[in-house]
Design a binder for this molecule. Sequence first.
Ligand SMILES: *Cc1c(COP(=O)(O)O)cnc(C)c1O
Length: 406
Amino acid sequence: MPGFELFGPEERKEINDVMDTGILMRYGFDGPRKGIWKSKELEAAICSTLGCEFAQLTSSGTSALSTALACLGIGVGDEVIMPTFTFVASFESVLSVGAIPVLVDVDETLTLAPDAVRRAITPRTKCVMPVHMCGAMADLDALAQICREHNLILLEDACQSFGARYKGRALGTIGHAGTFSFDFVKTITCGEGGAVITNDKDLYIKCDGYTDHGHDHAGTDRGADLHPFIGYNYRISELHAAIGLAQIKKLDHFLSIQKKNHSQLKAIFANVAEISFRHIPDADGDTCTFLSWFLPTEEITRAVVAELRQQNILAGNFYWFDNNWHYFRKWDHLRKAATLNNLNEEQRKTLVSLKLDDFPASDRILSRCVSTAIGLTWTEEQTKEKGEKIVAAIRKVLAREKAPAA
Ligand SMILES: *Cc1c(COP(=O)(O)O)cnc(C)c1O
């Protein structure tokens, strides 16, 4: 990961197709575009790759989430259950539609703990939003079961996990809808972009209009379109879609490299008894964009991370506990409800009632978790060297821990 590591003539060719016509907009201009419809082509490729009926491209993963939530009818007064470990876009999108983000503990799957989800359900809960972090899946059987029992919407944030599968089905196709991001650091990239996928035609038609100012796309030209509801501009451009089209054709290639490097690295780590690995409900479906591992205590983990940094084995090793983007403890702006415009009263009350120590179970997981990003360009030799350096750093810290205090 990510797809930008392997850019080349394929991306350039797709871009040039668009430049040759000069039509950068995904809708209209039927004559001058000379049959070039990159966004439509990418949507069809997403459907065939993932095995779903409908895909709606968007300008980003964040706008894909906002679109999915709004089109699923989630709004003011509704509670959406989301994990404490995710990207900030999870709560941004929930807040953007007027709904209330309800933070819930994660377990060793690195996303929603099913028991914690059950405890968080109230009469106002409308949606459960697991986030398939770092290329692999939530415990989807358990979460789907909870949603069925309580008549809740299951929205899969698969932004980090394009191409991952759970028991043979692509992530994003199991819930009522799924979302993806194609930003610059994701598995495949458009530069910026995203998508909502679903098998529900009605939902898809809403997404199609919502992302384009409510246009029904049924008129003879854009001026003749009707607007059955209010939407926004969350469109992708043809240039971005063109890049994505080149990238999606390389997906299988990316995944096979990642799987190879991941299993080589994991075999090296497995020599250390103190390392345990993230629980992956279906290991065959992991995209292997990351190898996530745990050490026995927060102290040992901090010392290992410090050692890795000191030795400059920093790149690609993420210690999530201190990460400004991904873990609840660093979301001060959320806990202060620091928005520039008004939240509704229910949203504000929920946010300001959050306390730093509300999630000890998540703290126990994230304070011991390091994720190593798997490179697409690593040679076998480089993977071996990287693995051995990390293991050596861990052994050094463990030896220090065991040594009697001087
Ligand atoms: C990247 C990401 C998003 C948002 O995607 P953007 O395209 O950057 O807006 C949402 N959720 C998760 C889990 C992500 O990693």
